[in-house]
Every structure is written in structure tokens, then in C-alpha cells.
Write a protein that binds this ligand. Structure first.
Ligand SMILES: [Zn+2]
Length: 257
């Protein structure tokens, strides 16, 4: 009896858990690469970094290069720790518990309480604090805890080094791509997934204008496996895995649908 009762209780809990609506989490800000529009930076993650999910950014002759706010917010810390830890660093509060850190700066361009938007220069790359060479140490945190970095909704590479191109402060607009199916026409869907109705096709080689991008069904196509879908018209979506856009993930200055 007891065993059965426990089993029923567990079942009840599972069902209860499944039916209980989750507390709606505040949406994360759309973070962008913390450098001016169009710049490409090498970002390194490593498991022995402190904190673990921070990214160290570098590029050639980067000392003194501008660092920009990765999302709108309010500067809530402009601190110089001297020759230890972050050295000169800025923290931006983005609301909803989200904050970003920019460390080892050579100088500051903002003050506490200042409101900043995308692309606002907050300081310059340096090597202050516990740093052995110029780089930007960058973190995203939620309620004070280090979280895995996302740019434009896409997860950073863990672990390794990857080039990140900034879409930060670019005028937001549409993107372009070329359909590449190696021959077969590509099915256009009414929504971002293979489960949506087919509403037509686009021929191989067609140049498309991408108004926005979103996440949907994972598709394996000419350019690998991706869950990104491109909106090419009203109620018209195609799988990004079949579209050459020049980018592995989301196109930097194209908005999320
Ligand atoms: Zn670092």
C-alpha cells in the first residue's frame, strides 16, 4: 500500500508540475557585441576563467579601442580596483535582474547614473587590474550570477575562440540572403517551422530580403543544422539552413521577429 501511495503521489506531483503555469520570466535584453557596428573581435571562453562564462575579447592593436554598451541600461558602477581583479570596470544595469560587466578598461567615458543605449562608448580597451595584456573582459549576469553570454539571442561558443561581428549601434534594417538548395525549390511556410502550412516555394538561387529572423524547427540544409527561420514576407518563412547570408547564426543588424 505504501509503495503504491508513494507512486501515486509522485505521479500526482509530476502531473501537477506539468500543469502548473511557469512564472513568466522577464525577457532577457537583446545583448549585442560590446564593440562598434561592423567590427569583428575574437572572443575566447574557457572553463578556468573567473567567472566561468566570461568572454575575453581581442583584436590586433586593440589597446585604446572603444568599448560600447551591449544593451540599453543605466550605468551603476564605474570603479577602479587598481592593480587587481577587474582593474577599471563599468557595470550596466539593464533591468529585470540583468547586468553586464566591462573590465580591464584603460579609461572611462560614462559616470554612475548615466543612461546608455546601444553603441554608446563607455570606455576603452586596456590592461588594468589583473591583466597581462590589453583585452576586454565581458560578462552577462542575471541576479548577480554569471550566465552564458548571448548576442542577438544566439549563445556564445562554450568553450573556445570564435569571431564575433558587432551589429551594435548599426541602424536596424533588413538583411539579404541567397537560397541554395542545390536545385530543388525551397518550401515557404506560413510560420517558422516545418509544421506550418506550405504557402509556396522559392527557386534555388533566389535572392531574398530578410525582414526578421526567429527560432523555429531545427533544419539540416546546405549550410548545416540551424533552428533559425527567415521571414521573407508577410506570413512567409524559410529555413535559414538553406540560405547563404554570410553569417553562421543570426545576421547582426536584422531584428528578431
Ligand atoms: Zn577575462
Amino acid at each position: 500500500m505504501r509503495k503504491r501511495w508513494i507512486s501515486l503521489l509522485v505521479t500526482g506531483l509530476l502531473v501537477g508540475g506539468a500543469l502548473t503555469p511557469a512564472t513568466p520570466a522577464l525577457a532577457a535584453p537583446t545583448f549585442r557585441v560590446p564593440f562598434p557596428c561592423g567590427q569583428s573581435w575574437s572572443g575566447q571562453t574557457r572553463s578556468d576563467h573567473s567567472p566561468a562564462y566570461a568572454i575575453d575579447f581581442n583584436r590586433t592593436n586593440d589597446s585604446g579601442d572603444p568599448v560600447v554598451a551591449s544593451a540599453p541600461g543605466t550605468v551603476d558602477r564605474v570603479t577602479d580596483l587598481g592593480g587587481t581583479s577587474y582593474g577599471k570596470y563599468v557595470r550596466i544595469n539593464h533591468g529585470g535582474g540583468y547586468s553586464t560587466y566591462y573590465a580591464h578598461l584603460s579609461g572611462f567615458n560614462v559616470s554612475v547614473g548615466q543612461t546608455v543605449g546601444y553603441g554608446k562608448v563607455i570606455g576603452w580597451v586596456g590592461s588594468t587590474g589583473g591583466s597581462t595584456g590589453p583585452h576586454l573582459h565581458y560578462e552577462q549576469r542575471l541576479n548577480g550570477a554569471d550566465i552564458q553570454v548571448r548576442f542577438n539571442g544566439g549563445l556564445a561558443l562554450y568553450w573556445g575562440t570564435k569571431s564575433y561581428t558587432s551589429g551594435n549601434g548599426c541602424s536596424s534594417g533588413s538583411g539579404n540572403g541567397t537560397v541554395d538548395t542545390s536545385g530543388t525549390p525551397l518550401t515557404v511556410r506560413s510560420g517558422p517551422g516545418t509544421g506550418y502550412a506550405s504557402v509556396g516555394t522559392v527557386a534555388d538561387g533566389t535572392r531574398v530580403t530578410i525582414a526578421c529572423q526567429t527560432s523555429g524547427t531545427t533544419v539540416t540544409g546546405t549550410y548545416g543544422t540551424s533552428s533559425i527561420w527567415d521571414r521573407i514576407g508577410s506570413g512567409r518563412f524559410i529555413a535559414d539552413a538553406y540560405v547563404y547570408t554570410g553569417y553562421d547564426g543570426y545576421i547582426p543588424n536584422v531584428p528578431r521577429c
